[in-house]
Design a protein around this ligand. Structure first.
Ligand code: UTP
Length: 289
């Protein structure tokens, strides 16, 4: 069985971007001219995902509007012959079915994923977090789907982050079983450098088997008083093999301001319509420092 469905948990408060996120969902903040959630949706489409569930919360209606048909706007763009803009507006909604569900209370990532149980309906599914944007030749989640097709088990997307950064991530304890593939022995959430089993961090991309829902239903509150997906996956590892895949690609941690700014600069420099003038500006700015 292949993976057709993806879940984007997007119900969090986005406190690291306050005050911007008081009225605008974090997932709607643009990198250049596209909301971050659209990069994630496009990655899913490229990987062959056909159904997307976005878990939202109160005050995040802009996410629904973004994936809805903008009838009046499209009519005006059509009338004025603005084909490129029309394409940009329709880009995602034409290619994937997007569903929404509201998490009533922000009780953690694991709790948000539990809301996907009936959408997933017993199939393996992808979980994609908007905090990680990955630029790669092959879509990151597509790389994990390929591994799922080989192993038929839960696959966690990981990358080496360097020992000095382990305390910010879920870190895997795993041994190599193939090129870029590791079998999981354990996982620790945000360990101290001296206690980390490796520097391989789980980075916002997962393929998960539906058995995780039984685990999530039994998972008590963990770190930060939240129901953690990591805890449910550790429970799942007691009954099923779990693998970690060191995916190829440059990943931006846009959940924090530094990562967000770095993505903005790199994405602007990769755009043919912006590159030249923006580079001149950057060079001048650096020179003036
Ligand atoms: P984060 O811990 O990064 O939280 O959640 P956040 O609210 O997005 O951002 P900060 O840390 O306050 O700035 C990781 C992912 O889990 C989702 C978030 O939307 C984010 O994609 N999440 C978290 C939920 O959907 N529901 C929750 O209850 C908690």
């Amino acid at each position: 069985m292949t993976v057709r469905k993806a879940v984007i948990p997007a119900a969090g408060f986005g406190t690291r971007f306050l005050p911007a996120t008081k009225a605008v969902p974090k997932e709607m903040l643009p990198i250049v001219d596209k909301p971050t959630i659209q990069y994630i949706a496009e990655e899913a489409i490229k990987a062959g995902i056909t159904e997307l569930l976005i878990v939202t919360s109160r005050g995040k209606e802009a996410l629904m509007n973004h994936f809805d048909k903008a009838f009046e706007l499209e009519a005006v763009l059509e009338r004025d012959g603005k084909e490129e803009m029309l394409k940009a507006v329709r880009e995602v909604s034409d290619k994937i079915d997007v569903h929404f569900i509201r998490q009533q209370e922000q009780k953690g990532l694991g709790h948000a994923v539990l809301y996907a149980k009936s959408f997933v309906a017993g199939e393996p599914f992808a979980v994609m977090l908007g905090d990680d944007v990955v630029v790669s030749e092959k879509p990151c989640i597509g790389q994990l789907i390929e591994q799922y097709e080989k192993y038929g088990s839960t696959i966690l997307g990981v990358q080496k982050v360097g020992m000095e950064h382990v305390s910010k991530y879920g870190i895997v304890d795993a041994h190599s079983v193939g090129e870029r593939v590791y079998k999981l022995q354990g996982m620790v959430e945000k360990p101290k450098m001296e206690e980390a089993p490796s520097d391989m961090a789980v980075l916002g991309r997962y393929i998960i088997t539906p058995a995780v829902f039984d685990c999530l239903e039994k998972t008590p509150k963990g770190a930060g008083g939240e129901i953690q997906l990591t805890d449910a996956l550790v429970m799942l590892a007691e009954t099923e093999d779990i693998y970690a895949y060191d995916f190829e690609g440059k990943r931006y941690d846009i959940g924090n301001k530094q990562g967000f700014l770095q993505a903005t600069v790199d994405f602007a420099l990769s755009r043919p319509d912006l590159r030249s003038d923006f580079m001149k500006f950057l060079k001048q700015t650096v020179k003036n420092l």
